[in-house]
Design a binder for this molecule. Structure first.
Ligand SMILES: [Zn+2]
Length: 493
């Protein structure tokens, strides 16, 4: 593993993160000091502003892990809290009080010749401070993983008590290699395990967790400790403990040290496809606390926004506003609004992050759509013109969809898809036009047509009549939208 790191440090120009002069790396507030000697005594230490601004390179290792089915009381005893942080910082603590996965991480950090280790639940206060520290630190994940010397992923540990290093007395398959002399082809090496990055890493328990997607994408390089062997993943490819080297396009994509800067994102279409694929994948991954949905991806969202040269809000990029807003629930599964105890934390209804469940973006060819300029993002609000429907006959279908049928019985003319439950009363339903589909005219040019991509909204505040909430998305011909009255700007929250 040290050799993997050495080669990456010395030979991989694509993996070097050159510091910009005058710009200091954003470091985690605290790390665990495992000491210079091999004692089992650890201490939490804070990075001071001086550390951050000096040329001192804090070469810490970051751990990517999942708690699994560990009971809440068990987690609590391991975590750093408002009550134990002073003691853990001043007197330190014994490695034996930690779950096995964390102990293994200490061992690996030491073997890699590093003194500092970052583990989320030890370096961020988890209990007793009203989540204040957590809220602050959750916004720094981009820097935590970007600036880590290397990330170690406890891929094979189903829960944190299991650990990921093999133990002599436990019956586990051991990696063995033998050399077979063969006169015809020279020596042949035979290994007891087959290299299978797809099975061992991609389909591993850890990579089914929502938090881990960004940890992997934001890391410069990762060592995955899997059930069969360890894999190294960096911008130059994947290396196996069996000494095999493999190229894997998905691994290259997520394992890329400078993800996504070095991807060849020349066209806007590539950028749109990139964020859409990542966010849709994210929505399929497991998350224990549903209220974490906006946070477990915020580091990746920040990095994408800076690569695209734009601002991001709740999974919506200002530069690609229209394409970001046109999402729908995936298949028949209904989404549910995530409830927050704290009003400030509530995610606006136009963001997919406000809901639980899988979603997908509408498949639209931007070349054939004219986007409506008036739709604007203003902090947590979306400013737009809200219009009423007219003369629609809605026919309810399964999977939350309604079709708009022509009154004369000429069949389906458009469709509406609801995020949560269908709203059949047209008096309660309004729409916001996001784009108009272009169509061919007689002389072979595309002109603005009559079909509209819309967001479905419903009044939220009956007093002012100016505040609406998103309830779905639709594709509606202009004949079913009331245009005549010029309406003022209204907001969707
Ligand atoms: Zn490398």
């Amino acid at each position: 593993m040290n050799e993997w790191l050495r080669i990456c440090d010395e030979d991989h120009t694509e993996c070097v993160d050159e510091p910009t002069v005058g710009v200091y790396p954003e470091l985690p507030t605290r790390v665990i000091d495992i000491g210079e000697l091999s004692t089992d005594h650890l201490r939490l230490c804070a990075f001071s502003t001086e550390d951050k601004e000096s040329s001192w390179q804090p070469r810490y290792i970051a751990l990517s892990h999942c708690w699994g089915n560990l009971a809440e009381e068990q987690k609590r005893q391991y975590c750093t809290s408002a009550e134990n942080i002073d003691e853990r910082s001043k007197q330190g603590f014994d490695m034996a009080i930690l779950p096995r996965t964390f102990q293994d991480a200490v061992t690996v950090t030491r073997e890699l010749g590093r003194r500092y280790l970052w583990i989320d639940s030890l370096c961020i206060i988890q209990y007793g401070d009203n989540m204040e520290d957590w809220k602050r630190e959750a916004t720094r994940m981009e820097g935590v993983f970007r600036n880590a010397y290397c990330t170690i992923a406890a891929t094979s540990a189903a829960d944190s008590a299991k650990g990921f290093l093999k133990r002599p007395r436990v019956q586990q398959p051991e990696l063995q290699c033998i050399k077979v002399e063969s006169s015809a082809h020279g020596p042949v090496y035979v290994s007891s395990v087959a290299d299978d990055f797809q099975r061992d890493v991609e389909q591993g328990i850890l990579n089914q967790r929502a938090w881990v997607l960004q940890e992997r994408a934001l890391s410069r390089r990762i060592i995955h400790f899997t059930a069969t062997q360890a894999y190294w993943e960096c911008g130059s490819g994947v290396r196996c403990e069996t000494l095999t080297y493999m190229r894997n396009s998905r691994a290259l994509f997520l394992g890329d040290a400078k993800f996504p800067e070095s991807l060849n994102l020349r066209r806007s279409l590539d950028k749109i496809k990139l964020f859409q694929d990542l966010f849709m994948t994210y929505s399929r991954l497991g998350i224990t606390k549903h209220t974490d949905r906006p946070h477990a991806i915020s580091g990746l969202e920040q990095r994408l926004a800076s690569t695209f040269g734009t601002e991001a809000r709740y999974g919506v990029f200002e530069k690609y506003l229209h394409r970001s807003l046109l999402w729908q629930r995936s298949g028949a599964k209904r989404m549910d609004r995530i409830l927050y105890a704290d009003d400030d934390a509530v995610v606006p209804s136009w963001s997919w992050m406000a809901y639980d469940g899988e979603f997908e973006y509408l498949e639209i060819n931007s070349d054939y759509v004219e986007w409506v300029e008036e739709v604007k993002l203003a902090d947590k609000m979306l400013k737009a013109q809200v219009r009423r429907f007219r003369g629609c006959k809605l026919v309810r279908k399964d999977n939350g969809t309604c079709s708009i049928e022509a009154k004369e019985g000429k069949g389906e003319r458009g469709w509406l898809k609801y995020d949560t439950k269908p709203l059949m009363d047209l008096r309660e339903l309004r729409c916001v036009i996001i784009g108009r589909e272009k169509e061919w005219n007689g002389s072979g040019n595309r002109i603005v047509g009559t079909d509209h991509y819309v967001l479905l909204v419903t009044p939220r505040d009956s007093e002012t009549g100016k505040v609406f909430a998103r309830v779905g998305v639709g594709f509606v011909p202009s004949g079913y939208i009331r245009f005549q009255k010029k309406q003022s700007e209204e907001c969707i929250v």
